[in-house]
Design a binder for this molecule. Structure first.
Ligand code: MG
Length: 324
C-alpha cells in the first residue's frame, strides 16, 4: 500500500527534491530534470537515459507478445533521446525474469529488442538478468548528441505549441484492456509499438526550429506542464485542436480526457517561434509525420485548456507513479 505522504507529494515533487541534492560534476552538460542527460567525454557530447516496462504496472502479459514487449521497451526508452534530437547508438538491457517465463520466450523478447535497436542504428552491448516476481525490462540508451541543445527549458511567450501524430490512443487502449473490454486493433497496435519520431526530432533540432521539446509519456497536459515549469512560462491549449484518431473519436466521442492526460503516446511536443512554423511543417511532411498546432506559450506558470472561451477543469494532469 502507498502511504498518504507518498501520494500527497507525488512523483514529480519527490524527484524535484531529490534532484536538488544530486552533486553535479565535470562533464555534466545537462543534468537531471530533462528527457535525457547530456554528458561530455573527450570533447564529445552524449545523451543518456533509462526507462522500464514492468508487468502489472505498465502492461499485463495478455496485452502483448514477448517479442512485442522487446520492441516496445526499446522504443519507450529511445523516445527520450529522440525528444532531444539524439541518435541512439548503444543500449544496455536489464531484465527481471520470473520463474514462469520460459527461456525461449525470454530469447524472443531479447532478440526482438536487439533487432529494434538495430533498426534505429543502435547496438545492444550488454546487460543483466535477475530473478524477479514479474517481467521487468529496463533499457539504458546512449545516443550521440546533436550540436544544438534543445531540452525542456527554452519556451518563450508568443511561441506556438505543436504536437506530432494523434493523442489518446494508447491511454484509451490501456483503459479498455484494464476494463476487459474489446480494444480495436488499431489502438492496440498503437499502444504496443509507440511511434518512431527520432528522425523528425533530429531534423527539428538540427534546423533550429524548436525552442523546447519533450516526448509525451505522462500525458499532454502533464508534459506541457514540465516544459512550462522548466521554462518559467504558461501555456494555453485549444481543446478543439487536439489531434485524435478516428478510432479514438468513434469510441470516446468528444471526451478529451485521455487525449489530454492518458499518457504513453510517445509523440513529440515542442514549442516553435511562429516564423519557424513553415520549416517545421516542411520537415514533418518530408518525414511523413503529421504535426498540429494546439496552443500558444503565454506569460505566467499555468497550463490551461480552453474549449471556446470556457476553461476545462482537469481532474488530473497525467500519469504519476505515486498517485495510485
Ligand atoms: Mg520523456
Amino acid at each position: 500500500m502507498l502511504s498518504n505522504s507518498r501520494r500527497e507529494q507525488g512523483e514529480f515533487e519527490f524527484l524535484r527534491q531529490l534532484i536538488e541534492r544530486l552533486p553535479t560534476g565535470r562533464g555534466v552538460v545537462v543534468g537531471p530534470g530533462h528527457d535525457a542527460a547530456r554528458v561530455r567525454t573527450n570533447g564529445k557530447d552524449w545523451l543518456i537515459t533509462v526507462d522500464s516496462q514492468v508487468e502489472g504496472v505498465h502492461f499485463e502479459r495478455s496485452w502483448l507478445s514477448l517479442a512485442a514487449l522487446g520492441r516496445r521497451s526499446f522504443r519507450v526508452a529511445a523516445s527520450d533521446v529522440a525528444a532531444m534530437g539524439g541518435s541512439a547508438r548503444f543500449a544496455l538491457l536489464d531484465c527481471g525474469v520470473p520463474e514462469y517465463l520460459s527461456l525461449p520466450a525470454l530469447r524472443r523478447m531479447e532478440l526482438a529488442l536487439v533487432e529494434e535497436a538495430r533498426a534505429w542504428g543502435a547496438y545492444v552491448v550488454g546487460g543483466n538478468l535477475h530473478r524477479s516476481l514479474e517481467v521487468a525490462v529496463s533499457v539504458t540508451v546512449l545516443a550521440e548528441a546533436p550540436r544544438n541543445r534543445v531540452h525542456r527549458s527554452g519556451a518563450r511567450p508568443g511561441e506556438l505549441v505543436v504536437v506530432t501524430g494523434n493523442l489518446g490512443d494508447a491511454g484509451l487502449c490501456v483503459c479498455l484492456l484494464r476494463a476487459r473490454q474489446r480494444c480495436p486493433r488499431a489502438l492496440l497496435r498503437r499502444w504496443q509499438l509507440p511511434p518512431r519520431r527520432d528522425r523528425l526530432g533530429r531534423a527539428l533540432v538540427e534546423r533550429q526550429c524548436v525552442s523546447a521539446m519533450i516526448d509525451v509519456s505522462d500525458g499532454l497536459v502533464q508534459d506541457l506542464h514540465h516544459i512550462c515549469e522548466a521554462s518559467g512560462v504558461g501555456a494555453e491549449v485549444d481543446a478543439g485542436s487536439i489531434p485524435r484518431s478516428k478510432a479514438y473519436q468513434r469510441l470516446a466521442a468528444e471526451d478529451l480526457t485521455l487525449a489530454l492526460s492518458g499518457g504513453e503516446d510517445y509523440e513529440l511536443l515542442f514549442t516553435v517561434p511562429p516564423k519557424r512554423l513553415e520549416t517545421v511543417q516542411q520537415l514533418a511532411r518530408r518525414e511523413d509525420v503529421p504535426v498540429t498546432v494546439i496552443g500558444r506559450i503565454v506569460r505566467g506558470n499555468r497550463v490551461t485548456v480552453k474549449q471556446g472561451s470556457r476553461e476545462l477543469e482537469l481532474e488530473r494532469l497525467g500519469f504519476d507513479h505515486f498517485a495510485r
